[in-house]
Design a protein around this ligand. Sequence first.
Ligand code: BYC
Length: 328
Amino acid sequence: MYGNTNLTEEEAKRMNSVQEDPQKLAEFEDRIARGEKIEPGDWMPSEYRKQLIRMIEQHAHSEIVGALPEGTWITRAPNFKRKLALIAKVQDEVGHGQLLYSAAETLGKTREEMLNDLLSGKSKYSNIFNYPAETWADIAVIGFLVDGAAIVNQTINSKGSYGPYCRALERICYEESFHLKQGHDNVVYLATGSKVQRDMLQAAINRWYRPLLHFFGPTDKQSAHSEKLMKWKVKLASNDDMRNQFLDMYVPKILELGITFPDPNLRKNADGVWEFSDPDWEEFKRVISGDGPCNAERIAVRKYAEEAGRWVRQALLNPTEKYTVPLA
Ligand code: BYC
């Protein structure tokens, strides 16, 4: 999936020692224009490498942190069938993290460096996982709408220019489509259930509406990286376009269940563009800078996992060594 060239940072620097050679850059851009995939050992501008590491790493972190709000509901799932589906989904999300860390490693940053940057707050992860999953309906909404939003983004970007990332995204999208089905089933079940269940679902939609709008990133005018990423076909649609596609696909599906969105200005205009109230971009900035409702808790859980799992990593690295940590 990744090719067999995992570069160290040192090697990556060396490979790009003639990084902005105009001829190499022109050849690289021609390849991208022809729709060719760039592979780990190929020449690439250092900025392309840097941007990919940033984006894939953030994506990988989002998967493993994203498993946390759902993970807390495994023990509280309403029945065995739902519990089994949720366990499988959470396991998939962590697996997606593994695929994405491997894809980012091909660019020269080690997994350890990436995880350290997550824990120190240097590296971002998706805004949306810094909100609490207060009720079982939040799990339904995450499964249907957060996974739905992720599929919109990932299906588009799986046609991008960097081979290892695209192949990881393709596989992730297959698995996400099962997540979406369980989320949809869960949402429909609650929407067609008792008044208590419908109210619970409505309250969850009210909570997740704005974070979902934020999920696709700042508006195109505010987006710092889109222009470059789109030029190099890492991103194949802008933040606003992806957000619009998501609203187009999912708003009608929620409305047809008799559930509403907490925004009187949400509507599709004659040009097919969805309009909505300002989703409070200041809140978005706060949340992605570490000051959301659950940022501290999410990082604390990850730190605990790192520390408590250290002996496992050590044991795996030294298969001949006898266990020094008691197993019970
Ligand atoms: N959250 O220039 P912009 C899942 C940051 S997990 C946090 O537009 P870009 C799932 C951005 O990083 C799937 N930060 O950025 C898992 C940049 O900051 P820096 C999650 C955000 O990269 C478990 C600054 O804002 N999906 O589905 O061109 C259970 C300026 O933004 C966000 C991905 O990770 C955000 N939402 O575009 C269930 C998709 N948005 O780095 C489900 C991969 C922006 O300069 N990522 N920022 O400090 C992408 O497609 C792109 O990175 C984005 C943003 C569209 C998100």
